[in-house]
Ligand binder design. Sequence first.
Ligand code: ZN
Length: 383
Amino acid sequence: MSTNVSNTIALLIDLVKRDSVTPADQGCQELIAARLKPLGFELENMPANGVSNLWARRGTSEPLLVFAGHTDVVPTGDINAWTSPPFDAEIIDEHVVGRGAADMKAGVAAMVTAIERFVSADNHHHGSIALLLTSDEEGPATHGTKEVIDRLNARGESIDYCVVGEPTSTEQLGDVIRHGRRGSLGAKVVVRGKQGHVAYPHLADNPVHGAAPALAELCAIEWDQGNDHFPPTTLQISNIHAGTGATNVIPGELSVEFNLRYSPETTIEHIQATVKSLFENHNLQTDISWKDSAHPFITTPGTLTDAMQQAINAEVGLTATLDTGGGTSDGRFIAPTGAQVIEFGPINATIHQIDERVSCADVDALSRIYESVLQQLLGKQED
Ligand SMILES: [Zn+2]
């Protein structure tokens, strides 16, 4: 191991070496807690159902600025396909290579060192700083951030600003800040027919023939046009199944699963009613079940987005775009508390892939950007 790496890169390497495949944490949170404790943070572990959660807070006054993230990572895939073993955290071409390097141990390491520098320089900052970590973001996410937020809500502890360190940058560090996310709604539809012999179709009812035109119509629906902050709502079919495997049997049922990523211009109720009446209009017998995974949220540009844009501009000279694309994130659990929530982190080009990597220079810059947000929102007032 090279000894001339920065504090942030050294911490990142330490974290990547812990093979915390979701929902495992493998001591990542303990390592971080041990660094925050001497800075005056109050530590609370909030484990739930095998998930590790850490809430660490310094100060009792408002406003409260929270850095949020996850210590779990997705599985490695074929280990032999990696250039270097996924939990060795080797530095190759000035990048840390390993599972979780970009998603999102870089963000977590950058938050911790930003807090360390800020607190040692400005021990009497105003407001409070907290770190919220979970080991269940990549999994079902039921006992992670949501659990911590439920407990904070129950005791009336409210968040003013929250920065989630997910990898949001696309081409260059600092090009994209997410200030909201689309909603996610899943559906499974079972179309019932009547099984029979292909030579005797008048004695059967083929659900494939019934469903095909209905699905074509479903895919062609224009749900909305999006708005200034959100792209249009989209629907994608992910699975279709029908058939017994035999070529002379008309199947008795067809099942199809699809997912909508929706903007606030369309409601869940509208989507559900539209889908229901579409199948009814095709005279199909269906059972429809829904999975409401995430509601859309938006943080209106203001104090927090301004501070982040200013910090990014000063560090890398870019004007970051505010965007609501990408998958769901734990921001969906924090935004309903009324907090301003944004996500900003390193380049996401290799996340969940073989040879996931993050640039060392970007990680150091990210830490300085987070530090600048702390200075702008909680630093000593001029007067
Ligand atoms: Zn992530």
